[in-house]
Design a protein around this ligand. Structure first.
Ligand SMILES: [Zn+2]
Length: 361
């Protein structure tokens, strides 16, 4: 089969531009060269995502985040000192997306017909043509601490926000995230009502178990898990337990497979483990894909949500993943495992596209 089109449902493009100070229009080798000697962040010189590599790997469409956490006195995690600062940060990130649209690097998509036309353009492009095409993005918000009021949520919707996760790590204004516990706050339940009213997809990724079940009980709109692997294969509350996977499938959700090593294997020690310690290769993700497909009884609920620019580089990715374009090397392992070419297409883009066809307003 020819190189399939890929829809990556979780990338933090603007965070990389505005906080990591990367000009991701540049070739990967140049971004890495400019970071030689820098030690402020663990992934310096080891980035795997930039726009030229996305084009080379046929990742012509993504869900791109705004992300800004509030860490008041109640949290030890890094973050902004006030929700107002967090809001302003997300607006700066939005300004970067707009600037990239102005220079033809990105194009924002808001409706299903726009997405459909964009994907058709990419699918019919030669490699040479694809190297010059704008990458499509749909806007999401990872962690809702920055939503100061329902007016702010409405503004975000007007700006094209299609999906949102109420929490990130630890405690938040609207609920409890990874490594924390507790149900949604009263404001969190109100948030879900407002999201439902505005037709914003609930992204369950990062909800702790109690907030996850609380959210499913109180939200009736469409939901997905943008970057989320299986707890049965990587035992940490960050991943989905089997009963959660089952509940998501029953609600018609699609789950995006992440390539952060910490989410792929049992026993990864943050900032200490290396991919070599586990002999970790990309093919490991096929086990996560298989696990979900076995629970579902089909291959219609898995997609790609790499999270590859989520604050780590090759020190925390499979050994054979140097660039996001390497996603294409997963085709053969999937075919070898008995997936039909049509299943591979669905996992790489079709399942999340089908979700958008059904739910994008
Ligand atoms: Zn995340």
């Amino acid at each position: 089969m020819t190189a399939p089109f890929i829809f990556d449902v979780h990338l933090d493009l603007s965070m990389n531009a505005m906080e990591w100070n990367r000009d991701i229009r540049l070739p990967q080798v140049e971004i890495r060269r400019r970071e030689i000697g820098m030690s402020d962040l663990p992934d310096r010189t080891r980035n795997t995502v930039c726009l030229p590599e996305m084009r080379r790997g046929r990742i012509g469409l993504c869900v791109a985040t705004q992300i800004a956490r509030y860490s008041g006195r109640f949290s030890k995690l890094p973050g902004w000192q006030s929700p107002e600062q967090a809001w302003a940060q997300t607006q700066g990130q939005l300004a970067w997306y707009r600037t990239m649209e102005d220079c033809g690097e990105l194009v924002q998509l808001r409706t299903w017909p726009e997405v459909e036309a964009h994907v058709a353009r990419w699918r019919s492009a030669t490699d040479e043509e694809a190297a010059k095409l704008p990458i499509g993005y749909l806007l999401s918000l990872e962690g809702a601490d920055s939503i100061l009021s329902w007016k702010h949520l409405e503004k975000s919707k007007t700006d094209g926000l299609i999906a949102m996760g109420p929490v990130h790590y630890g405690p938040g204004i609207y609920g409890h995230g990874t490594d924390d516990e507790g149900v949604l706050t009263p404001k969190g339940r109100e948030l879900l009502k407002e999201m439902e009213r505005l037709g914003i997809v609930l992204d369950v990724t990062h909800l702790c178990d109690e907030s996850f079940w609380d959210a499913l009980a109180h939200y009736n709109g469409p939901l997905w898990a943008s970057h989320h692997n299986c707890r049965a294969l990587a035992n940490w509350n960050r991943q989905l337990a089997d009963d959660q996977i089952k509940a998501l499938i029953d609600r018609g959700a699609v789950i995006g497979m992440a390539f952060d090593a910490i989410m792929m294997v049992h026993g990864w020690a943050h900032k200490r483990s290396m991919p070599q310690d586990f002999g970790l290769k990309m093919e490991k993700i096929c086990e996560h894909i298989d696990h979900i497909c076995q629970i579902a009884g089909n291959a219609r609920h898995v997609g790609i949500g790499t999270d590859l620019d989520g604050g780590y580089g090759t020190e925390q990715t499979p050994m054979d993943l140097d660039s996001i374009a390497d996603l294409q090397t997963l085709v053969q392992p999937l075919l070898r495992r008995g997936y039909a070419p049509e299943d591979v297409e669905n996992i790489f883009s079709g399942n999340f596209l089908g979700f958008l066809r059904e739910h994008l307003q």
